[in-house]
Design a protein around this ligand. Structure first.
Ligand SMILES: *Cc1c(COP(=O)(O)O)cnc(C)c1O
Length: 874
């Protein structure tokens, strides 16, 4: 070795002999990452090379010598297996699936934007949950036949690799990826030159990017890459790292993702002849500038024959845009200085689009907002007619968090719905569990919504499988532990102990996630003596496997990792609690199935959804979690345990103390005894702690496993999630988008003109007074009440508004609850903008009753009455 580092690496692709040339196609379509038969085929070609090339089919093909390839091509068995795999892929790619049974309302194409995509460890373009979710979204869309196109960035180094220093401080390294060795295809013009996306930057600079395509089953994923010769050095570095740098660098990434992403879609449609997207879905705010690019297109006479005004273009773009918010943690939201946005848009980035309007989209012009800041989530909400959070509780939290954008509205009426996240089952179910299901019940069990067949599997078989999964994890963890210690400077001679770290028969608890403070990695260390006692319990020991990366700039997170690792370094406990560096998809796939219990203890309600617990559940692990995210809606008392949350009034330290104590208590009195339960009762003392499972099985534990699989399996599946997105968001957005475009944007123009008329006139709208008649002194159920509202609409007309009575129960403070509403229909014109609206209200509930009157603007092209953020109440 010279010590000199290559500045660029490239890979020469192998020419695969004709008889088995389909291997290249099989290696290039990422379906292999979740399709076990394809993986098995590659593995069988050369098991050693398969491991050596880190289970990456393309790398393995490149590593096979010409002679080896020739030998495979001469083997009739290999040739026929390759042909069978190819035909399975071809069928998968074009047969009708669920989506093809939907009607004509279903969009012809949906574009899905995300800053990260976690599909396989071979393509490390993700940092955590957001990216894994995006990957699972694409995979389930593919399985369901949803015509989706993913759009993202190709980071040269992806996210960092994590290791530890001797004193347990996180070390980051950024190995460069070579696109040519990845399962990617460069998008080219007809003349063979690479297709190029260009984005004008300030100071007459231009940002160019290539477009790589990854095939995720049926779903193409377009990844923009700024590392091209035409760029200056700074522009080349735009896609250097995932979430690298801050300020300008980050903003340029997001401009490329959003605006460049739309341009890439246009280029892709032109070159492949595929349908243009009818719906644009942005996974978090990072890609929000896609809305600006679409407005720009609609305002540009070179693109749109009769260009639209700002207001019209905005209305048209919003109609077909869906925004998903992913975090209730303010630090998780991108915010830029307003001046920076102004600087970038002052030039040729979006000619014709008023910069003041762009700035207004991201303005925090509500209580507690910062006037100097441009907020990407706020822009995302204003650019999308439909928005959602990612779990029921997160929907509630988001409606509160963003309620400033809908002043005057009750939080429950803020137009943000929720679609609970899910996980792609074929990716995350362990092959051994999948094999068992297939052998017993046929393949469809785990693909379908009925998992109750698990009740037909004997306790013995379930328990034996759990032990195999736990053992596989123990083996993998030992190897990783040894390699981590070697990187920390230990010599082999000092590491014999790692071969017996962990025990395949001890209750195994997993905890792995990114390490922002709210996830409280070190909550378990709150009372170290108590934790130690749990780990070393003579009859009910537990062992804990922990992993997680801290953001490179987050020293508080790194300190938490250090504290934890230093605890695990103690020779007294190091065989029972370990930290594994470099959490990634590859580790996760062994970790989730191998753990008996999956622990999650975030600060409620800061975990938007969380998906690792779902991945554990579909492998028969039980969750032990704070009632946050998905667990808040899916915990049912039989599928795991809920860690109680301290009163939010408690201070931070006090909260941690209370919740940690509750966690220890649960482990000690519920979880561990149940895991070892029956055995300890019958064989205490005799069997001892080292072999707690000889003989009897923990029947209650196994019944919890079966219950978990049967009930959570279908509920946490990403197929359920994607189907919900299609039905509740994509279809309505496509319909609204078509209506907006019809007859040369007739409805759009009408809506924009109406909005421009209603907005300024709204300040005059008010309820003058309300009276009611018809009830006696002691109102009874079944009587009706005539409600009359005298309102002043100023310049507006009764057709512009929806006047309704909102009624329900009242408490001592006169607050309405359990409200319902009824429109006041009958109208009398009193002149000068004054009208009387009335209706009869049937009293159908007993108890304290109250009502109020509200006025909302109404128009057929609005998706929600709260959309304009205008309301007037009595
Ligand atoms: C599932 C997963 C995550 C996200 O887990 P959360 O529970 O949402 O924190 C992060 N990283 C990897 C590798 C995963 O597999």
């Amino acid at each position: 070795m010279t010590g000199m580092k290559a500045i660029r690496r490239f890979t020469v692709r192998t020419v695969v002999p004709a008889q088995i040339s389909a291997l290249t196609k099989l290696a290039t379509n990422l379906r292999w990452s979740w399709h076990l038969p394809t993986r098995t085929l590659f593995e069988s070609l050369n098991p050693q090379l398969w491991e050596k090339s880190r289970r990456n089919p393309l790398a393995m093909l490149a590593a096979l010598s010409r002679e080896q390839l020739q030998a495979l091509a001469q083997d009739p068995d290999v040739v026929s297996r390759v042909a069978a795999a190819e035909s399975s892929l071809d069928t998968y790619l074009c047969e009708p699936r669920w989506y093809q049974s939907l009607g004509a309302e279903a969009p012809a194409c949906i574009a899905y934007f995300s800053p990260e995509f976690g599909i396989t460890e071979v393509l490390p373009q993700y940092s955590g949950g957001l990216g894994i979710l995006a990957g699972d979204h694409l995979k389930s869309a593919s399985d369901l036949g949803v015509p989706l196109i993913g759009v993202g960035l190709l980071y040269q180094a992806g996210y960092f690799k994590q290791s530890l220093s001797r004193d347990a401080w996180q070390q980051e390294s950024y190995p460069l990826l070579d696109p040519d060795s990845l399962p990617l295809t460069l998008l080219r013009e007809e003349d063979g030159t690479p297709a190029l996306v260009t984005l004008p930057l300030p100071n007459n600079r231009v940002l160019h990017a290539h477009i790589w395509r990854a095939d995720v089953g049926r779903v193409p994923l377009l990844l923009l890459d700024s590392n091209v010769a035409a760029n200056d050095d700074a522009a080349r570095g735009v896609t250097d790292r995932l979430y690298g740098g801050g300020g300008d660098h980050r903003l340029t990434q997001e401009l490329l993702l959003g605006m460049g992403g739309v341009k890439a879609l246009r280029t892709y449609a032109r070159l492949t002849g595929t349908a243009a997207p009818e719906v644009f879905h942005t996974n978090e705010g990072h890609a929000g500038f896609l809305g600006i690019e679409r407005v720009r297109e609609l305002m540009d006479p070179a693109i749109t024959e009769q260009p639209l005004s700002w207001g019209e273009a905005l209305a048209a773009g919003r109609a077909s845009t869906v925004f998903t918010t992913h975090t209730p943690v303010p630090a998780g939201i991108d915010r830029f200085p307003r001046s920076m946005i102004e600087h970038f848009f002052a030039g040729a980035l979006a000619p014709g689009v008023p910069v003041s309007e762009i700035l207004a989209l991201g303005a925090e012009n509500y209580d507690g907002g910062d006037p100097a800041v441009f907020n990407m989530a706020v822009m995302g909400l204003r650019l999308a007619q439909r928005a959602n959070g990612v779990a029921k509780l997160h929907g509630v939290v988001s409606r509160g968090m963003f309620s400033g954008l809908w002043p005057g509205f009750e939080q429950q009426d803020v137009p943000i719905i929720s679609v609970t996240n899910g996980v792609h089952v074929p990716t995350w179910v362990d092959p051994q569990l999948a094999a068992l299901a297939k052998e017993r019940f046929g393949a469809e069990v785990l693909d379908g919504p009925d998992w109750s067949k698990v009740y037909d599997v004997s306790d013995e078989e379930v328990w034996a499988l759990r032990r195999r999964l736990r053992s596989a994890l123990v083996d993998d963890a030992r190897a990783r532990l040894r390699s981590s210690w070697k990187k920390r400077g230990a010599a082999d001679a000092q590491l014999a102990w790692t071969d017996s770290a962990l025990d395949p028969d001890v209750l195994t608890i997993g905890f792995a996630r990114r390490v922002p403070t709210y996830k409280r990695l070190t909550l378990m260390l709150r009372d170290p003596a108590r934790l130690k006692a749990l780990l070393l319990h003579p009859e009910h020991p537990i062992q804990i496997i922990i992993a997680g990366k801290s953001h490179p700039a987050d020293d508080a997170g790194k300190k938490m990792i250090q504290d934890l690792v230093q605890f695990t370094d103690d020779p007294e406990v190091r065989h029972r609690i370990i930290f594994l560096p470099n959490y990634d998809i590859a580790m996760a796939r062994t970790l989730f199935p191998g753990c008996d219990v999956w622990l999650n203890n975030p600060l409620r309600p800061l975990e938007a959804c969380g998906t690792s617990g779902m991945k554990a559940a579909i492998n028969g692990s039980l969750n032990l979690s704070v009632m946050d995210g998905w667990w808040d809606e899916m915990y049912d008392g039989e599928n795991g345990w809920a860690i109680p949350t301290a009163n939010t009034g408690a201070g931070e330290t006090e909260r941690d103390d209370i919740e940690a104590a509750a966690l220890y208590e649960l482990l000690e009195t519920q979880v561990a005894p149940r895991f070892y339960g029956e055995v300890v009762a019958s064989a205490a003392g005799a069997a001892g702690a080292s072999q707690p499972h000889q003989g009897a099985l923990p029947a209650r534990w196994i019944s919890m496993i079966k219950h978990t699989l049967a009930n959570l399996g279908p509920a946490v599946s990403a197929d359920r999630m994607v189907a919900e997105y299609v039905q509740r968001l994509y279809q309505p957005a496509a319909v609204a988008g078509r209506l907006a475009r019809a007859n040369n944007y007739a409805v759009t123009k009408e809506l924009a003109a109406w909005t421009e008329r209603v907005r300024p006139a709204w300040s005059e709208v008010h309820v003058e007074h309300v009276d009611s008649h018809g009830l006696g002194d002691e109102p009874q159920i079944g009587e009706s009440l005539q409600v009359r509202a005298h309102v002043n609409l100023g310049q507006l007309d009764p057709n512009d508004v929806h006047v309704s009575v909102v009624y329900g129960t009242v408490d001592d403070a006169d607050d309405l609850a359990q409200t319902r509403s009824q429109r006041l229909e009958t109208v009398q014109d009193h002149g000068m903008g004054r009208y009387q609206f009335s209706a009869d209200l049937l009293i159908d509930r007993s108890g304290d009753f109250g009502y109020s009157v509200q006025i909302l603007p109404t128009h057929g092209a609005l998706a929600n009455p709260a959309e304009l953020g205008l309301i007037r109440t009595a």
